[in-house]
Ligand binder design. Structure first.
Ligand code: NAP
Length: 286
């Protein structure tokens, strides 16, 4: 039986992947920080006779990671995992001038260092099983828009890291894939907005943009073409099943269009479009 280990499985994409894959008959190890969410998942698994184990794992916690590798071996009778889905992550929004170094470091700590730490810790199991690693990046890897620029840099790093992993781990038999989603209907955006609460928005150099963003409920990009997390879960399953899956998927189609558009547009025009979209010129005049 194929064993799939998922980080950040307590909500959104990770949880949907865990439930979908377990329902399809995979052995799932669903991990996360939120114990009550893990307990709910476990109860649902028992009700449905799924092969699903839960495990507490904060991907920034070395002890949790070491414990997770041992438990994964125990759950699989020493065989180890066959698929690692690096999904856990969050979006710290805010203008670079407003964000504290603590917020900046924490964003990297989770989205990059945590993901790398988990992957490295599981490497012996991944190599032994010629496993697959599926990284969840973002279309933002190619769209460093204002306000979510810090988050975008972490997803650009995940894109680069996925390329390096694919080359380096590939010779060891481990296949690496990257999914770069556009807007997905999860709690991600609500959490991203709440990450802004620590920023003193009225003192910000961009106070008028903050006011505008508040009134417009962060609509410009994300209201556009949100899709359900099950679409990502099905794509993860497709990558697991396919012998020759593509190394990178951008989903939905609109996200691909935006990425291509951003690549072919001259920077000067794109900068103006971004400033206009985010009402930055008003901030400048203030
Ligand atoms: N939703 C979108 O539009 C979108 C688009 C592109 C990419 N993505 C990416 O998709 C992934 C999943 O996001 P989502 O949309 O499903 O959002 P979500 O519902 O907020 O889920 C994020 C998951 O990551 C977990 N997490 C955060 N920090 C963690 C840590 N230190 N250790 C372990 N788990 C941690 C969260 O756990 P807690 O509940 O404990 O915080 C949660 O389970 C993220 O990497 C995100 O960047 C999302």
């Amino acid at each position: 039986m194929t064993t799939v280990f998922i980080t950040g499985a307590t909500s959104g994409i990770g949880k949907t992947c865990a439930e979908h894959l377990a329902a399809q008959g995979y052995e799932v190890i669903a991990t996360g920080r939120n114990q009550s969410a893990l307990d709910e998942l476990k109860d649902k698994a028992l009700e449905n006779n799924w092969h699903l184990q839960t495990l507490k794992l904060d991907i920034t916690n070395e002890q949790d990671i070491s414990n997770a590798t041992e438990k994964a071996l125990a759950f699989t009778d020493g065989n180890g995992i066959d698929v690692l889905v690096n999904n856990a992550g969050y979006g710290q929004v805010g203008f670079l001038a407003d964000l504290s170094l603590v917020q900046i470091k924490q964003q990297y700590e989770v989205n990059i260092f945590g993901m790398l730490a988990v992957t490295k810790a599981f490497l012996p199991q991944l190599i032994k099983n010629k496993a697959k690693v599926i990284n969840i990046g973002s279309m933002m890897s190619r769209l460093s828009s204002p306000w979510s620029g810090l988050y975008a840099t972490t997803k650009a790093a995940i894109r680069s890291l996925s390329d390096v992993m694919r080359v380096e781990f590939g010779v060891l038999g481990v296949k690496v894939f990257l999914i770069e989603p556009g807007a997905i209907k999860t709690e991600f955006h609500t959490k991203a907005i709440s990450s802004l609460e620590e920023v003193d928005q009225e003192k910000s150099l961009y106070a008028s943009t903050h006011r505008w963003l508040k009134n417009n409920e962060y609509s410009p990009f994300f209201a556009m073409s949100e899709i359900e997390p099950i679409e990502i879960a099905k794509l993860v399953e497709k990558i697991i099943v396919k012998r020759r899956a593509k190394s990178r998927y951008v989903i939905p189609f609109m996200a691909r269009v935006i990425m291509v558009f951003n690549t072919i547009m001259p920077n000067t025009l794109m900068d103006i479009a971004m400033r206009k979209t985010f009402h930055l010129y008003e901030s400048k005049r203030k």
